[in-house]
Design a binder for this molecule. Structure first.
Ligand SMILES: Cc1cc2nc3c(=O)[nH]c(=O)nc-3n(C[C@H](O)[C@H](O)[C@H](O)COP(=O)(O)OP(=O)(O)OC[C@H]3O[C@@H](n4cnc5c(N)ncnc54)[C@H](O)[C@@H]3O)c2cc1C
Ligand SMILES: *[C@@H]1O[C@H](CO)[C@@H](O)[C@H](O)[C@H]1NC(C)=O
Ligand SMILES: *[C@@H]1O[C@H](CO)[C@@H](O)[C@H](O)[C@H]1NC(C)=O
Ligand SMILES: *[C@@H]1O[C@H](CO)[C@@H](O)[C@H](O)[C@H]1NC(C)=O
Ligand SMILES: *[C@@H]1O[C@H](CO)[C@@H](O)[C@H](O)[C@H]1NC(C)=O
Length: 500
């Protein structure tokens, strides 16, 4: 049976070869691979590596951009390499405990990193330099309590609420702009959305599983990548070690994905059709939400609900390079504007630990404020940012920046945001459905990680695990899909009672 199939395959290949040899004839048989991996970010590359290691050699990674890496994306700025996307290894290892797989990759590829101390802080408000380190310390305590009070609720399966409700219930009082900025540094700077927009319980376990060793997390440390090859070098390096150039198709934007119980066919924007026995879609949940790709047949209702239920947040780093360094000597600056979320977090790359002499400063905004700045021109955003710089340094004659840059993650049709965040109305059933396959089409990415959503290590584990499920199916395990559960229709545990 196997050998007769093989003979048929050889005959087919020969036939195609003959057709191609005829100059007048158009090639009608689409390119085929056993597994198509849609997207060349860390999820896709780690999945591809997993297939190759299992001896599945007929794979094809299809990537829309001109290089691999996805949201690990660097660029040249003011003569140096800066990271527009992921920048930190978040959580490393404690003793012999679990190690962050991104740290393992970083070591293998000799990535240059430095410990980034987010507590090494200088504080400002709209009147200039003002010491509110007390408020920053209080925000650390508040976040700690927020996590502690969440613990028994998760264990007892009590309902989730907004992270704001969690803060209130655990005693936090946010009464002024300093307290608001300090809370932003603890919360929004990580989840890229406000406490009001976020799930209390999911935020808490996401934090614990990454940063709290006694909860199974890696460690508290954040390592900043300052490697001039860019953070993406660890993904591109893995691809070089495990994949051939025939197994990667760059500059190939997927337009349609047609799926069935026997295979998957994708159409690129230039009309090229490629088929696979299986496909793994690793596009961001933002891409899926914006209908940038058409599914044929349309995804089932439960799947569409799951995709719509999770949030794609936006995290925007705005880079400035000045003719001279005039700012703080700490690693971080915190700015308290009367409007919460207005240019709050400042980071100095011109620091002995990072890129000394670079004269580069960057400021981070998130969520609605990110979408707001994306709608303005670069010149308008630069003018606003410079107004804030003048607020922070009223007694310094601040020079005009000689370089200015920020990425528009939300507007980009290949991303539609920076990473996912779990809203208070998103339930485990939605999560299961987000991860569930439809026929031969599978899904993986940072957003399908329940413990580590948003993070690189979440994406890594999802690529690995989903590839192993598909491998099991290919190897003929008839129950391979039982690792994926159908969350069914997601309902309240008790109906709303309108009579009370
Ligand atoms: C600004 C920012 C800061 C971050 N900071 C950190 C950090 O410090 N630490 C951390 O751990 N994580 C961080 N993250 C999150 C981390 O980058 C992501 O979790 C991770 O890179 C996601 O990998 P992925 O493979 O799941 O998705 P992606 O990297 O998005 O890969 C999917 C790929 O699919 C491609 N694609 C999309 N649509 C199509 C299409 N139609 N056709 C063909 N190809 C398509 C995309 O180009 C992309 O390459 C950050 C992200 C951003 C944006
Ligand atoms: C988070 O970790 C803290 C500290 O170990 C613990 O008290 C709390 O219960 C954990 N919270 C959750 C939601 O797991
Ligand atoms: C379509 O794009 C793919 C990927 O870039 C390329 O390999 C292919 O040759 C293109 N086809 C046509 C007809 O341009
Ligand atoms: C699929 O995508 C192509 C663009 O490449 C488009 O022309 C076509 O109409 C789409 N729909 C179907 C059903 O193939
Ligand atoms: C088949 O897959 C299921 C689900 O992943 C797994 O539990 C089981 O061990 C697998 N069986 C074999 C024989 O590998």
């Amino acid at each position: 049976m196997v050998s007769s199939l093989k003979a048929l395959w050889i005959a087919l290949v020969c036939a195609i070869g003959t057709i191609n040899a005829l100059p007048q004839e158009k090639r009608t048989t689409p390119r085929h691979a056993q597994v198509l991996i849609l997207g060349g970010g860390i999820t896709g590359v780690i999945a591809a590596r997993t297939f190759k290691q299992a001896g599945i050699n007929n794979i094809l990674v299809i990537e829309g951009r001109e290089e691999l890496g996805g949201r690990m994306r660097s660029t040249e700025f003011g003569g140096l390499t800066v990271e527009l996307g992921a920048n930190w290894i978040q959580g490393t290892q404690t003793g012999n405990g679990p190690i962050n797989p991104i740290l393992t990759l970083a070591r293998k590829h000799h990535l240059k990193t430095q410990f980034n101390n987010f507590d090494d802080l200088t504080t400002y408000d709209d009147t200039g330099l003002v010491d509110f380190i007390d408020a920053a310390n209080q925000a650390d305590t508040d976040f700690n309590n927020f996590n502690i009070v969440a613990g028994p609720r998760v264990a007892n399966a009590q309902v989730d609420m907004t992270a704001s409700a969690g803060y209130r219930l655990s005693g936090a009082k946010i009464l002024d702009k300093q307290a608001a900025a300090a809370q932003y540094l603890n919360f929004d700077f990580e989840y890229a959305q406000t406490p009001q927009e976020s799930s209390w319980l999911a935020a808490s376990w996401n934090n614990n599983f990454t940063f709290v060793a006694e909860q199974g997390g890696f460690s508290e440390a954040n390592l900043m990548c300052i490697d001039q090859r860019g953070y993406k070098t660890i993904v591109q390096g893995e691809a070089e070690d495990f994949l051939t150039s025939d197994e990667i198709l760059l500059n190939a934007v997927v337009q349609n994905i047609t799926y069935s119980s026997t295979g998957v066919s994708v159409t690129l924007t230039n009309g090229t059709v490629i088929t696979g026995d299986y496909a793994l879609c690793t596009f961001s949940v933002g891409v899926l939400q914006h209908d940038d790709v058409t599914f044929i047949p349309p995804l089932p209702a439960f799947k569409q609900e799951a995709i719509s239920s999770i949030a794609m947040a936006t995290y925007t780093k705005i880079f400035l390079q000045f003719p001279t360094k005039f700012w703080f000597d700490t690693e971080m600056g915190l700015y308290a504007d009367p409007e919460r979320g207005r240019y709050p977090i400042w980071q100095s790359l011109d620091h002995p630990k990072f890129l000394p002499g670079s004269r580069i400063l960057f400021v981070t905004v998130t969520s609605d404020f990110s979408q707001r700045v994306e709608a303005f021109t670069d010149e308008q955003v630069q003018a606003e940012v410079m107004d804030v710089v003048h607020n922070m340094f009223p007694n310094i004659e601040v020079p005009e920046p000689n370089a200015f840059l920020f990425p528009r993650w939300h507007s980009d049709p290949l991303y539609r945001g920076s990473y996912s965040n779990w809203p208070p109305s998103f339930f485990s059933g939605h999560h299961e459905n987000l991860k569930l396959n439809v026929d031969r089409l599978y899904f993986a990415g940072e957003a399908t990680s329940v413990k580590f959503f948003g993070f690189l290590h979440g994406a890594y584990f999802e690529g690995l695990n989903m590839a192993n499920i598909i491998i099991s199916c290919i190897e003929g395990n008839s129950t391979c899909n039982t690792a994926l559960t159908n969350g069914g229709e997601v309902t309240n545990s008790v109906p709303f009672d309108l009579n009370n």
